[in-house]
Design a protein around this ligand. Structure first.
Ligand code: GLA
Length: 695
């Protein structure tokens, strides 16, 4: 069996043009309704009951074997696969499809004991132990070979099993190791990126603090050090660590593909995960799949989940994606874990479907009686099926069957939100002007008014083709490479609207500061330019604006001057008094560019975004009748997927939403027109009766 060398670079897009996708499953299953299933935790008689209960709940896909390595290979080279074969047979006989996992996320104790170098090392030099999970080193040739061997054994035995409709490689790739093997792999990755040590010295700026390297062998991962680490070294290590995990995924994926090219292969993403650059991962999966654990105690949970959903749709270039894991009720891993109500469980699940998912799955089927996740909720709780939670699970399965019409339907978005992992990593390196300016906070703040107005937004990479978007918002794009500069400038050149948030366009791909008046690559577009980043004193400073109304700016300011643009808002106090806080310039193309050099209160930012929406001619899910940029009743989300208009109410009170015309709610079959009343956690999926799809 051929191993990809541990140092392999993973190209951005080498996927053949036509690969099986989620359509392979939804063609006959309809919307996927599924869960992780860990039968190894239960005696066989429970398996039979499980299948019967799954059928009753409408479950049509289960992910099996994620953490089964130690049971499948209890001693090195000794395989016990029969029990898994029995599980697959049973599920298949019950009409339940399987997403079969390679069990490589959690190696057995024997691997780490016999080969200690297979265990990951922290930046402080501590080698992690077995007894939990995910303790492997991604660069260890022994780990990689053993992982390929157990994956290969499953492929040989089960690739043609009729139950197996998808493969699930590993689980939640997202760890970092700092051992010597990773150090060597990092050196090789750097050689491929930079070619010569001189070029590395240039890119890393090693003339600073006597960090010059004479040989690749001198370079180490960022480890415990007396003071700040070279920021480009740290950034490259994050890039490398993500690629290194991706190489693990790719080698197992290819093993599976060779055996059965018609079956889609995936692994589970984790939203805005800080350790994996999913723009590089997404082209390598046949199905974009996400694990999303909204916090029921967080009032912004609907907003955060919507943004994560939109990220998944963006990663898959608009293809249907799969909500692979969510909690049916509480999780066990926050400090305080209030349960989700059944209504909230349903709302979160339907939000994902509204936003482009062709299936909704949960972790896990049956709540564990032992182990670290014994208090994590599941579809069948400890108390059994005669519970409020399980009744809600059944009801949700039944209503999903009514939503067949959205399967495969696309979302039409004319607005985009630019986000890049390298930029996030570089922006939040230590020793910047302020640690209080956080990329994800900015992303949410700029996304919030778009979400509130029911405007479809794709999360995009700044360097991709943006020609389909009339409005592009880059809330905090600190690092932009030259491709990103070109495509973002292209938005305005085509007559579109570009909205840039603070501390954007600052650095290049090496995380070197672009020299000149900032935002260097966009200053001419926004009609003004800056010379100093000025974090604001606690309590903020006053800002005057005839357009937006006066406000206090917090946390962040910039010393800007007006060139040929307009000052939409101007600092009116402190050292920045008289300096523009918000800039705008209308371009001869008819487009415009905005630059927000501060953190306005949310209500002011809402106005800025709303003006950009109007200027771009972008409309919300309720169309122009509700007015472009119109805010929906508080707590209402509106989202259109294909011909279906979803309305969701996460408020604690009922809300009335004008919908005009006559519609059928696909979830209940009810005929609705004029105005629809949604109770708390209420959801409707409306198909206009006049629609050609309505029959
Ligand atoms: C992740 C993992 C699962 C489980 C859940 C619990 O999503 O993939 O194995 O641990 O978290 O929330």
């Amino acid at each position: 069996m051929q191993l990809i060398p541990s140092t392999a670079a993973v190209p951005l897009a080498d996927t053949p043009p036509v690969r099986p996708g989620l359509g392979e499953l939804t063609r006959d299953l309809g919307l996927v309704y599924g869960c992780d299933y860990n039968p190894e935790q239960w005696p066989r008689e429970v398996w039979t009951e499980d299948v019967a209960l799954m059928q009753a709940a409408g479950i049509n896909l289960v992910t099996v074997g994620v953490f089964s390595w130690a049971l499948l290979e209890p001693r090195p080279g000794e395989l016990e696969l029969d029990w898994l074969g029995d599980v697959l047979d049973l599920l298949h006989a019950g009409g339940i499809a399987v997403d079969l996992a390679t069990p490589t996320a959690s190696p057995p104790a024997w691997l780490g004991l016999r080969w200690p170098e297979t265990r990951a090392v922290t930046p402080d030099g501590v080698r992690l132990s077995h007894g939990s999970r995910n303790h492997f080193c991604p660069s260890s040739p022994v780990y990689r070979e053993r992982a390929m061997t157990i994956a290969g054994a499953l492929v040989s035995r089960f690739a043609s099993h009729p139950a197996v409709r998808m493969w699930h490689i590993g689980n939640e790739y997202g760890q970092v190791c700092h051992c010597d093997l990773c150090g060597e792999a990092f050196q090789a990755w750097l050689q491929r990126r930079y070619g010569t040590v001189d070029e590395l010295n240039r890119a890393w700026g090693t003339s600073f603090w006597s960090q010059r390297y004479d040989d690749w062998a001198e370079i180490v991962p960022p480890r415990a050090a007396p003071y700040l680490i070279n920021p480009t070294q740290a950034l490259d290590y994050r890039r490398f660590a993500s690629d290194q995990l991706l190489a693990l995924y790719v080698e197992q994926r290819d093993l599976v593909r060779r055996a059965n090219p018609a079956v889609p292969v995936t692994t589970n993403f984790m939203g805005f995960h800080p350790l994996t650059d999913y723009w590089r991962w997404a082209p390598q999966v046949d199905v974009v799949a996400d694990d999303l654990y909204g916090d029921p105690a967080d009032g912004d949970s609907p907003l955060r989940q919507a943004l994560a959903n939109d990220l998944m749709r963006g990663l898959g270039a608009g293809q249907p994606w799969l909500l692979m894991e969510q909690a049916a009720s509480g999780v066990n891993w926050r400090a305080h874990n209030p349960p989700k109500t059944p209504g909230r469980m349903r709302l979160d699940s339907l939000r994902a479907i509204a936003r482009g998912a062709d299936g909704s799955c949960f972790f896990q089927w049956r709540q564990s009686a032992f182990g670290a996740e014994r208090f994590h909720s599941a579809l069948v709780p400890h108390a059994g099926p005669d519970t409020r939670l399980h009744r809600a699970v059944r009801a949700h399965g039944a209503e999903l069957r009514g939503l067949g019409r959205v399967v495969g339907a696309r979302v039409e978005a004319r607005a985009a939100l630019a986000f890049d992992w390298s930029s996030w990593w570089a922006a939040e390196e230590p020793a910047a002007p302020s640690e209080r300016l956080r990329v994800l906070d900015q992303l949410l703040a700029y996304y919030r008014p778009l979400w509130r107005a029911g405007i479809a937004v794709d999360v995009v990479h700044p360097g991709m083709d943006l020609s389909g978007y009339d409005l592009v918002v880059a809330p905090q794009l600190y690092l932009v490479d030259d491709d990103g500069v070109r495509t973002l400038r292209g938005v305005v050149a085509r007559g579109g609207v570009l909205l840039l948030g603070p501390f954007s366009g600052v650095a290049d791909t090496d995380a070197h500061i672009r020299l000149g008046r900032f935002p260097v690559p966009f200053a001419d577009l926004v009609g003004g330019s800056g010379e100093e980043f000025c974090p604001l004193p606690d309590g903020g400073v006053p800002v005057r604006s005839a357009t937006l109304g006066d406000f206090r700016a917090e946390v962040w300011g910039e010393r800007l001057r007006l060139d040929d643009g307009e000052a939409v808002a101007t600092f009116a106090g402190g050292d920045l008094a008289g300096s523009p806080a918000v800039l705008r310039r209308r371009d001869p193309s008819g487009g415009s560019a905005w630059y927000v050099g501060t953190l306005p209160p949310q209500a002011v930012l809402d106005q800025i975004v709303s003006r950009c929406v109007v200027a771009a001619g972008v409309v919300g899910a309720l169309g122009r009748s509700a007015g472009p940029g119109t805010v929906l009743p508080a707590g209402i989300e509106a989202f259109r997927r294909g011909a279906v208009l979803f309305l969701l109410n996460s408020a604690t009170e009922p809300r009335d939403v004008p919908i005009g015309g006559s519609h059928r709610d696909l979830l209940t079959g009810a005929e609705l027109s004029g105005c629809v009343r949604l109770g708390p956690d209420g959801v409707v999926a409306l198909l206009e009766e006049a629609s050609p799809d309505a029959s």
